[in-house]
Every structure is written in structure tokens, then in C-alpha cells.
Design a binder for this molecule. Structure first.
Ligand SMILES: [Cu+2]
Length: 67
């Protein structure tokens, strides 16, 4: 069962941010899509493999704040 969440993320400004965040989410086995226009990241993930806390940590580890 796949879950979807949309997170508000502070500090994203350019394509480097998109690549960093989407890559970090891929590494933990989820699929992220950054939207720079409204500062959000949509994440699709399998709750059996990864939880929301890990998703937030992966983004924060790249240097961004999850609101
Ligand atoms: Cu950037």
C-alpha cells in the first residue's frame, strides 16, 4: 500500500536543491517530487519500508527545513 504526503519545505531555491532532495528520497526507497513554485515536496512511499520520520530526516540531512 503506497502512501502519499505533501511536505512544506523551506530553503529550496534551484535545480541543485531538487536533485539533492529527490536523490536523498530515492536512496531511502521513496519517490519525491519537488515543486519550487510553492515550496513543497510530494513524496510517495511504502509504509512497510519507510516512515514519515525517515522522509523528513532525509530532507533535513540535505540542509532544508521541513515545516
Ligand atoms: Cu538550490
Amino acid at each position: 500500500m503506497m502512501s502519499n504526503v505533501e511536505l512544506k519545505v523551506e530553503g529550496m531555491s534551484c535545480n541543485h536543491c531538487v536533485v539533492s532532495i529527490e536523490g536523498a528520497l530515492r536512496e531511502i526507497g521513496s519517490k519525491g517530487k519537488v515543486n519550487l513554485a510553492n515550496d513543497t515536496v510530494k513524496v510517495e512511499y511504502d509504509e512497510k519500508k519507510v516512515n514519515l520520520e525517515q522522509i523528513k530526516e532525509a530532507i533535513e540531512d540535505q540542509g532544508y527545513d521541513v515545516l
